[in-house]
Unconditional design. Structure first.
Length: 290
């Protein structure tokens, strides 16, 4: 049941070592929604966005994911406003590799000079001297992957980024990138209802890489009333989103889900899923319902 009193429930999810040296609690926060419609411009309630970020840290969330393309740069600037100077344990991950001509318009752009420019801008906007995790947001098919990852490796050698991550990639692409530079994480679409990247998740687990599922709260049949999972929800006094997140945490020790929200109440609900311990039977039932 989600009734255990704690002021930092995110810690109940356990932790993983990102890149082998950064300890992060296994439920993070995704900041894409801290923007306007179409992931463009300012959010409707900027001060509310600040409150959500500060509350996340109070709840023990120490991994916050963002990207240069969220806004663009709006999310990074709000993170700085809310949390700078950053506490030592906080890991802020950002990304580059998607250009934004307008709302809801996302175009891969992986030219080395562009990736470097965006990394420099993210350092400035976040108020950091080094980015702990810098992720290639998408592979640009017009640019050799070796050149894209190679530029991130140069930034790493210069001390501007600590670890390199990838997003929306196959196992083959991860291995190709790892031939150029060490890779710490993979961020792919993955949730209870969409397990297309199961092979990538298991690869990450075997290789000691963090697997960051974005859009983690997709619930399949959990969202349908009257299913046989009702008894699981009642037993844990849990909502369907909480079950979906608890399932991700149980499904693999490599997962680091990053649910996002602009509501403090929803944030608290999401993070409380870390307190939910599914039995083997309950885990199997939720798995089947996805």
């Amino acid at each position: 049941m989600i009734t255990e009193p704690t002021t930092r429930p995110a810690e109940a999810a356990g932790s993983l070592l990102l890149g082998g040296d950064l300890k992060v609690n296994r439920i993070g926060y995704g900041s894409m929604g801290l923007t306007g419609p179409g992931i463009w411009g300012e959010p409707a309630d900027p001060e509310g966005a600040v409150r959500v970020l500060r509350r996340a840290v109070e709840l023990g969330v120490n991994f916050i994911d963002t990207a240069d393309s969220y806004g663009p740069f709006t999310s990074e600037l709000i993170i700085r406003k809310a949390l700078h100077p950053y506490v030592d344990e906080l890991v802020i991950a950002t990304k580059a590799g998607l250009s934004r001509p307008g709302p809801n318009d996302w175009r891969p752009l992986g030219r080395p000079e562009y990736l470097r420019q965006q990394a420099e801008l993210s350092l400035r906007h976040l108020g950091l001297e080094r980015i702990d995790l810098f992720q290639l947001h998408r592979i640009d098919p017009a640019v050799p992957l070796e050149d894209q990852v190679g530029e991130l490796a140069l930034l790493q050698q210069e001390g501007k980024i600590r670890h390199i991550g990838l997003s929306e990639v196959t196992v083959e692409e991860v291995e190709q990138a790892r031939a150029v530079a060490p890779i710490a994480s993979i961020q792919n679409l993955y949730n209870l209802a969409d397990r297309k990247y199961e092979e990538v998740l298991r690869y990450a687990e075997r290789e000691g890489l963090a697997f960051i599922p974005w859009f983690p709260i997709a619930m399949g049949q959990l969202a349908q009333p009257g299913t046989r999972l009702a008894s699981v929800q009642v037993a844990h006094e849990a909502t369907p989103p909480q079950l979906a997140l608890a399932w991700l945490l149980r499904h693999s020790p490599a997962t680091l889900p990053i649910p996002g929200t602009t509501s403090v109440a929803h944030l608290e609900e999401n993070v409380a899923s870390a307190l939910l311990q599914l039995s083997d039977e309950e885990y199997a039932a939720v798995t089947e319902a996805g």
